[in-house]
Design a protein around this ligand. Structure first.
Ligand code: PHE
Length: 344
C-alpha cells in the first residue's frame, strides 16, 4: 500500500536528518516540517480519504503512532539540546567569584542633621512636641507679634532678607514658630521647633543660612527655675555632667527677663583661648520668660499663664562638639569633609 510506504520513507528520512541536527533552531524547523499545520505527518491524515474503508482503521492507527513516535523523539531531542546549549553558555561566560564587588557608599547624615536629630531627641524624651513653620514667613509673625515694632533696632540687628512679596521675609529666627504654636493650641504646651533661618552674614562663624532650635513652654506657674532646670538637663546631656553653666542677663524683645547662657569653654576648659576670646566662656543660647506682650498678641491670658522660651544655633553646637574651626566647611559640600562624620 502506497501510504504505508510513504510513512516508512518519511520515518527513515527524518531519523537520518535528526542525526545531524545541531541546535534548537534546526530542531524547531524539523518540528514544523513534520507536525506543523502543513507538516508532512499532518498531511498524511488528509490521504486517509483515499484509503478503502476496510483499511481506514489500520492506516489511521499507523499514522497516529508515527505522530506519537516523532513527538516523543523531538521532545527528547529538545531536552538534550537545551541542556547542551546551557552548558556551552556557562562554559563561555566565566564568572570570577573571587573578584571584589563594586563598592556602594551607604551615605551618612550631614553633621548638622546629626546634631539636630540628637538635640531634638533630648527634648522629645522630656515630653516636648516637634512643631514646624515655613521658611518664608509673615513679617507679622517674625517681628510684630514677637514684640519687635517696625522701628525697632532688632529688625536691623538681624539683617533680614526681604523677599519681593509684600509682608513676607525669610525668617530670621525660629521664634515665629512660637506664635504659630500658640495660635494653634491653647496651653499647656511644650514644643520645640527645629529649622533653617536666614540672615545677611558671612564670616568664619556666620553663614547666611543656618539652623536653630526654638523651645517654648507655657502653663500655669511656669517660672525661671523651670527654664534653668530644663536647660541644665539639656546642656549636661550634650556636653557632659560637669560642664560649667552661667546665665547672663541679656535682652530680647519677646522675653522678659532675658538671659544668654554660656558654658565653660570646651577647648581650653576655662583657662582662656582663641575660641573663647580669652573669656573662658562660650555663649550657647538665648532664653527668657515669655513677654506678656507676646501672650497678648496671641490671646493667652497673662494673669493665668506664664512661660519660657529659648533658641539655640545648631551649627555652633556642631562646631563645638566636633571642633570644626570654620562654619563654611559645613556648607561646602566637600565629600572629604563630610565623610569624616560617617557613623557619628
Ligand atoms: N530668637 C532669638 C535669636 O534668634 C533667640 C531666642 C529665642 C531668645 C527664644 C530668647 C527666646 O537669637
Amino acid at each position: 500500500m502506497q501510504i504505508k510506504e510513504n510513512i516508512e520513507a518519511l520515518e527513515k528520512e527524518y531519523q537520518e536528518k535528526l542525526k545531524n541536527i545541531k541546535d534548537l533552531k534546526q530542531l524547531q524547523d524539523i518540528k514544523t516540517e513534520l507536525l506543523g499545520k502543513k507538516g508532512k505527518i499532518t498531511s498524511l491524515f488528509k490521504l486517509l480519504k483515499e484509503v478503502p474503508p476496510e483499511k481506514k482503521k489500520e492506516v489511521g492507527a499507523l499514522i497516529n503512532s508515527v505522530k506519537a513516535k516523532f513527538e516523543d523523539i523531538l521532545k527528547e531531542f529538545e531536552k538534550q539540546l537545551t541542556e547542551k546549549e546551557l552548558e556551552e553558555k556557562l562554559k563561555k561566560s566565566k564568572i570570577d567569584i573571587t573578584l571584589p564587588g563594586a563598592w556602594v557608599s551607604p551615605g551618612a547624615p550631614h553633621p548638622v542633621t546629626a546634631t539636630l536629630r540628637y538635640i531634638s531627641d533630648i527634648f522629645v524624651s522630656m515630653g516636648f512636641k516637634i512643631e514646624e513653620g515655613p521658611e518664608v514667613e509673615l513679617e507679622e509673625y517674625n517681628f510684630d507679634m514677637l514684640n519687635i515694632p517696625k522701628d525697632h533696632p532688632a529688625r536691623e540687628m538681624q539683617d533680614t532678607f526681604f523677599i519681593n512679596k509684600k509682608g513676607y521675609v525669610l525668617r530670621t529666627h525660629t521664634s515665629p514658630v512660637q506664635i504659630r504654636a500658640m495660635l494653634k493650641q491653647k496651653p499647656p504646651l511644650a514644643v520645640i521647633a527645629p529649622g533653617k533661618v536666614y540672615r545677611k552674614d558671612l564670616d568664619p562663624t556666620h553663614s547666611p543660612m543656618f539652623h536653630q532650635i526654638e523651645g517654648l513652654v507655657v502653663d500655669e506657674n511656669i517660672t525661671f527655675r523651670d527654664l534653668k532646670g530644663i536647660l541644665k538637663i539639656f546642656l549636661e546631656s550634650v556636653f557632659g555632667k560637669n560642664i560649667p553653666i552661667r546665665f547672663r542677663p541679656s535682652y530680647f524683645p519677646f522675653t522678659e527677663p532675658s538671659a544668654e547662657v554660656d558654658i565653660g569653654c570646651t577647648v581650653c576648659k576655662g583657662k582662656g583661648c582663641r575660641v573663647c576670646k580669652n573669656t573662658g566662656w562660650l555663649e550657647i543660647l538665648g532664653c527668657g520668660m515669655v513677654d506678656p506682650n507676646v501672650f497678648e498678641a496671641v490671646g493667652i491670658d497673662t494673669e493665668k499663664y506664664t512661660g519660657f522660651a529659648f533658641g539655640l544655633g545648631i551649627e555652633r553646637i556642631t562646631m563645638l562638639k566636633y571642633q570644626i574651626p570654620d562654619i563654611r566647611l559645613l556648607f561646602s559640600n566637600d565629600m572629604r569633609f563630610n565623610l569624616q562624620f560617617k557613623g557619628i
